[in-house]
Design a protein around this ligand. Structure first.
Ligand SMILES: [Zn+2]
Length: 340
């Protein structure tokens, strides 16, 4: 039976965990005789209102390193959950979930899109204002990149599985963060927050600013560039814009910060220019030592996210003067040249 290295890694890990984690098959991605599951692995509190942090990988199959980083972080949480009393205590009040292979056939076939040629990160019904040409999403043909799917068609099975699973996890949660891991853009690792659809600020901009401030203070030498995605390019159909808008319309008091980690793969290419000639080259570290480095590079981010979600009073403020000040400073930092 055809399978993925990533599933073998997940299965091996699950065997040692017993009831420390809950495993769920969200859906199956199909293409001809090929059928691969989309799995979710969850640790910690089952209270619907518990704070939640979710890690997602493999939305773009070709960016295999994203799935691998997601699994590496899951392995660390799995191991720590067996012996670290601090994390065990933390997991009684928070929930951590992982969906490492959203587009399993894309990973298997080394394609950005799903088996039907759809770019899942352009597939939601969200329409952008002034999207980037082509890269912002197109409906011309699945043979061309950034295909959104047919107008009016339901979302692809992989996109819908992700939307449903994340929505369910965060629906009643007091505070949620998700981190969707990608590669293929820029020389630096970026943490993007919404929107992708517009250059205008998203409603929780003050919270994004407080998150950045807390991270800058806690790890002043961190290497992430934290910014709105729209400063790089705007797109139609972003799944996180869609989940965020749906969530905040229905649950205005529950805070949610969707983040994308866009790993700066151009740096890997710069250090090893010949890799651009391979299919995986523009999106993945090809040399073994560099892959090892990338797989351990985000451990501090994992630790920070777990601590931030466990201690919301440090950075999540209700409406008030503090929030207004943060909003003002965020606009000066990120939106000085765009209309609000
Ligand atoms: Zn991507």
């Amino acid at each position: 039976m055809k399978t993925l290295l990533e599933f073998q890694q997940i299965e091996e890990r699950m065997q040692s965990l017993g009831d420390q984690a809950r495993v769920e098959v969200l859906a199956r991605s199909q293409s001809g005789n090929l059928s691969l599951p989309i799995c979710k692995i969850t640790f910690g509190s089952e209270y619907p209102s518990a704070p939640v942090i979710g890690f997602v990988g493999g939305v773009h199959g070709l960016e295999r390193i994203g799935a691998q980083v997601c699994i590496a972080l899951m392995n660390s949480v799995a191991e720590l959950s067996l012996w670290d009393e601090n994390l065990q205590k933390t997991l009684q009040k928070i929930r951590i979930f992982f969906i490492p292979t959203v587009n399993p056939i894309g990973i298997y076939q080394r394609t950005r899109c799903n088996p039907r040629g759809v770019d899942l990160m352009r597939n939601s019904p969200v329409e952008a204002e002034n999207p980037a040409r082509w890269v912002g999403g197109q409906r011309v043909s699945p043979r061309l990149p950034w295909y959104r799917g047919k107008l009016g068609a339901p979302m692809e099975v992989e996109a819908q599985a992700l939307v449903d699973a994340v929505t369910k996890e965060i629906k009643d949660s007091s505070l949620a963060i998700t981190l969707d891991i990608h590669s293929g853009f820029g020389m630096q690792d970026r943490l993007w927050f919404p929107y992708a659809k517009t250059v205008k600020p998203f409603p929780d901009l003050a919270m994004a600013f407080e998150f950045k401030k807390l991270m800058d203070r806690t790890y002043p030498h961190h290497f992430y560039k934290i910014e709105p995605q729209s400063q790089s390019y705007t797109t139609h159909g972003d799944l996180w814009d869609y989940i965020y808008d749906q969530h905040t319309t229905q649950n205005s008091s529950q805070k949610y910060l969707p983040l994308c980690l866009e790993m700066g793969s151009w740096l890997w290419v710069k250090k090893n220019p010949m890799q651009i000639l391979t299919a995986d080259g523009p999106f993945n570290p090809v040399k073994a030592h560099r892959e090892q480095r990338i797989l351990r590079r985000h451990n501090t981010l994992l630790e920070f996210l777990i601590r931030a979600i466990s201690s919301p009073h440090a950075w999540v403020h209700g409406e008030g003067e503090k929030q207004q000040q943060s909003l003002q400073r965020a606009k000066e930092l990120w939106y000085a040249t765009t209309p609000s």
